[in-house]
Design a protein. Sequence first.
Lengths: 210, 210
Amino acid sequence: MGIAERKQRHKTDLRDKALKVSQKIMLNEGLSALTIRRVADEIEYSPGAIYLYFRNREEIVRELGRLGMETLLEYLQRGDVAADPAERLGVMALNYARFASEHTETYRLVFMSDSETARAVFGSGDDKNTKGSPGERAFHLLVSEFTRLRGSHADFAELDPVRAAETYWAHLHGIASLKISCSEFLKTPVEVLVETSVKVLLAGIRAVDG
Amino acid sequence: MGIAERKQRHKTDLRDKALKVSQKIMLNEGLSALTIRRVADEIEYSPGAIYLYFRNREEIVRELGRLGMETLLEYLQRGDVAADPAERLGVMALNYARFASEHTETYRLVFMSDSETARAVFGSGDDKNTKGSPGERAFHLLVSEFTRLRGSHADFAELDPVRAAETYWAHLHGIASLKISCSEFLKTPVEVLVETSVKVLLAGIRAVDG
DNA sequence: GTTGTTTATTGAACGCTGTTCATATTCCGC
DNA sequence: GCGGAATATGAACAGCGTTCAATAAACAAC
């Protein structure tokens, strides 16, 4: 049945093309420029054809969110260069901030718009992806790093890895998103803020939980 | 010249009414339900009339942001009940989180939408309001509390109040906004997260800057 | 190769949005 | 009462997401 296959391939090809175009539009002109008619124009189909591949605009946005989250995951994984868990957490923090500043529109889309989008990224997808959603995997990176930290330093013996990871992430997200939505509010450069925050947080966790 | 006054009063009355209605709509049905036609309907005027009182929809949203920020300011000022600076910072943090959860839509509008809105809230308004914008005043509350903390505890002698306030705010914002946009991501209840974060941050600041 | 059926695609339409503007109405000083 | 200014309207424009009857294309069967 090569025919059915070919048709299926054509269909997913078109879907991918639409997705790629959508991402290009979002990155270049912002999420508000991402309209059904615009995507249809770009792939040289009629607006209605988009609905053969996506339930609605929201589904496109959600997919872009997932794609973005995969990228964030890659950024975080580059923290592996360091040997010490604490140092790795520092590198991850800086990479997190770098992702936010280099992919502002994506970051906005995933973390600062309606909760439906976030759910698509963090929710354990229906697919039998055993590794979990990109959001879960990213969060797990932090958790396991804090677990490692607990094991390697006696000062952190009482640390709760999940709690610590949530605190860590929330803090990074606070810096990154404040910079995006209230750019002139934070006078201190983001890198400086992140670096000192990492120090403060680790010192604080050690003092409180240790 | 009673007539001109009356007309002016009528004009500002109508503007206020439109603003009040707009706020009601936003709070009850979300920002997306706030449309020009809807506001016009509610105050029983034609859609075009709105543009006699506001330059555009954005101006309405910005005003709602300012109003919301005034409320946040009130929430923060209730931290005055405590005597100790550190304790006051703790109360303020909890009140901040409470504001975000009780005025989710407003919080979203001010801190999680386009930077123009935030600029209206944080930017030193053109008006000769000597006390500064509500955003600046709110931030100043934190700064002065950290200044007080520095003066009252030898442990915090080297603390930079502005830097500390930024870190503090960013962290609170991180928790509040993550809870809003990725509600199921944070497993730990917000109050718990805020309380432990306050401890961690203060301990961390003491350890690093002290 | 022609037919019949299924699938893919279209283009017009609906109801909504913010915004503008010529028109109409209302009000005020004279 | 009259002229001019302020105020208000309602239709219009261009755009949006989305739906759907009508059409075109692709295929299977004969």
